[in-house]
Ligand binder design. Structure first.
Ligand code: F6R
Length: 612
């Protein structure tokens, strides 16, 4: 997705900015650009394709100057094209701006600006901000750039991080963040700004993480931060010496453990720039997303393994909130069966790697057999699924090294809920209900952190699983796929045979397996199905089964002889699958550690299954 780098220094800025852009390539993008303010004012270069194209263009015609901004763009408004690439300029080229995020009210602003005589060069929402700034500065030529940014920002709805330079003052960059990440890098006699720490690691290890609504002015000599209320603010400086933060296990014994613990942040990252104050921002799903979603009358999801289970949760969400049919398919089955394509079908693939052979084959078949549109929810921007799908939503979970998927899974859930809300909006979801769901999503990182705090309890429980040969996982409704996922996690990394079942199916077969040797794990938040689940658990208890129940305080399920209850934090009912997945990841992980299996590289499995 989009990336920002800015530098104000006393050496030539071009090389620093280019190096930063190269380090942002992993986020995925379709064009790149740079603007530097030099002796002749602001000059810029923009190219479509790899950063290398920009590199070549700059090699042929370098930009001279010590202050500049650069950007990698992932198209949301307007196709990938040089004219849509950032930086955008306004005021006869006296202002240049780079922007990450989505401006929701850009159409209205664009119309107003056009009526005022403004001419637009691009189809982007971002260019609106450049013209708003110019308008402020024309009205009040004495106005400081930072005041113009503050004033323009007041008119913007949506999520954004931006950095601006002005030919009137080549010695500074003004940057601001509202709903999209931005960090400041502190140098000696130079300062930097970027959307992401890795972009600046070659030039500094001292970072200042801006808070929501912060506006910052950078000169080579120093930085000043103003908070949302326009008061000067002090932000703590962090020393970050690791390079990407991803490929490094830090103090964790396993990548899987680290990745489980990254989830408060990865859930936040999956949301960042995709939700406004009370709404999901539609272009987050791509340039053509609105038109595609307008025509969507049915959804087919295809995926494998854990990604398939997240799709199974989405079926409940989509059919309940959007009221359209949602079919979820195991990709390796789908590709070899005859199927009917419902009218107005959107084909959705879900994949951490973007290279899973069966999922890719399913996409290709869908494209040949009449599915009108395709969307992938994927964690790897330079992957086959992203390349071959019409729309792509990047999960932003960072590199997932452990074979067993954890942080990509919770990011997939977030992506699927955002998609559900957009589909539901077309089916009459009220603004109040959408705001309620967005508020619950915003709280999710905090609830995920609370779920992670259950770790000591779960580590102790794992001792009761390590010698088992089998385990059953039960759930109902939204929690049924969570039970399937819990069983998959346990079996793949601890090699304990585990099965997930809808709790109502127990007496149709699996109950025969239950005895005092068989741990039965149940996922049972206090929702409308909890009474049914309790009845199912009684069936287990009366056969001397050992019950381990993950439930919240509303479930009314209490510990007793043969029943262990782990209290999971309360969360919005529809988001419960995301939170209940976490303790099951921890249970699988600690059981594997106690058994001494390799939690990161389970036998016979590969991270990216590129063969059938
Ligand atoms: C299980 C796991 C696998 C993957 C599956 C699909 O923990 O990681 O089941 O979910 O192989 O992989 P992706 O999501 O890369 O398509």
């Amino acid at each position: 997705m989009c990336g920002i780098v800015g530098a104000v220094t006393s050496r030539q800025a071009q090389a620093i900015l280019l190096a930063g852009l190269h380090r942002l390539e992993y986020r995925g993008y379709d064009s790149a650009g740079m603007a530097i303010v030099g002796e002749n004012g602001i000059e810029r270069r923009r190219t479509v394709g790899n950063v290398q194209e920009l590199d070549d263009a700059l090699m042929a015609a370098p930009l001279a100057g010590v202050t500049g901004i650069a950007h990698t763009r992932w198209a949301t408004h307007g196709v990938p094209a040089v004219s849509n690439a950032h930086p955008h300029v306004a005021g006869d080229g006296r202002i240049a701006l780079v922007h990450n995020g989505i401006i929701e009210n850009y159409e209205r602003l664009r119309e107003e600006l056009k009526q005022g005589g403004c001419r637009f060069e691009s189809d982007t929402d971002s260019e609106v901000i450049a013209h708003l700034l110019d308008e402020c500065l024309r009205r009040n030529p004495e106005m400081e750039l930072r005041d113009a940014v503050r004033e323009a920002a007041r008119r913007l709805e949506g999520a954004f991080a931006l950095a601006v330079i002005s030919a009137n003052d080549p010695s500074r960059i003004v940057a601001m963040r509202v709903g999209s990440p931005l960090v400041v890098g502190l140098g000696i006699g130079e300062n930097f700004v970027a959307s992401d720490v890795p972009a600046l690691r070659p030039v500094t290890d001292r970072f200042l993480i801006l808070e929501e609504g912060d506006l910052v002015e950078l000169t080579a000599a120093g930085i000043t931060v103003w908070d949302f209320q326009d008061e000067t603010a002090v932000r703590t400086t962090l020393r970050i010496t690791t390079d990407t933060g991803d490929a490094d296990r830090g103090n964790y014994r396993h990548y899987m453990h680290k990745e489980i613990h990254e989830q408060p942040q990865t859930v936040r990252d999956a949301l960042e720039g995709r939700v406004g104050r009370a709404r999901v921002l539609e272009p987050a799903f791509g340039v053509n997303a609105s038109a595609v979603l307008d025509g969507t009358r049915a959804v087919t999801i295809a995926a494998c393994g854990t990604s398939y289970y997240t799709g199974c949760v989405a079926r409940y969400w989509i059919e309940e909130l959007a009221g359209i049919p949602c079919n979820v398919e195991i990709a390796s089955e789908f590709r070899y069966r005859k199927f009917v394509v419902p009218d107005g079908s959107l084909f959705v693939t879900i994949s951490q790697s973007g290279e899973t052979a069966d999922t890719l084959a399913a996409l290709r078949i869908a494209q040949e057999t009449g599915f009108e549109h395709s969307l992938t929810l994927c964690n790897v921007p330079v992957s086959s699924l992203v390349r071959e799908s019409e729309l792509a939503f990047m999960l932003h979970a960072g590199t997932e090294v452990a074979v067993a998927s954890t942080k990509a899974t919770t990011a997939q859930f977030v992506a699927l809920m955002l998609l559900t809300i957009l589909l539901a909006r077309r089916a009459g979801l009220t603004a109040e209900r959408e705001a309620e769901l967005v508020a619950a999503l915003r709280q999710l990182p905090e609830v995920v952190a609370q779920a992670l705090a259950l770790e000591p309890r779960i580590r102790a429980l794992a001792e009761q699983f390590m010698d088992c040969h089998h385990a059953l996982f039960l759930g109902r409704g939204l929690q049924y796929p969570v039970a399937l996922e819990g069983a998959l996690k346990l079996k793949e990394i601890s090699y304990i045979h585990a099965e997930g079942y809808p709790a109502g199916e127990l007496k149709h077969g699996p109950l025969a397996l239950v005895d005092d040797d068989m741990p039965v794990v149940a996922v049972a938040p206090g929702n409308e199905l909890v009474e049914k689940v309790r009845a199912n658990l009684e069936e287990v208890r009366s056969r001397s089964g050992r019950l381990y129940v993950f439930a919240d305080a509303d479930s009314g399920i209490v510990e007793g002889e043969g029943v262990t209850v782990v209290e999971v934090p309360r969360v919005h009912e529809l988001l419960a699958p995301i939170v209940y997945t976490i303790p099951l990841q921890l249970l699988a992980y600690h059981t594997a550690v106690l058994k001494g299996t390799d939690a990161d590289r389970p036998r016979n499995l590969a991270k990216s299954v590129t063969v059938e």
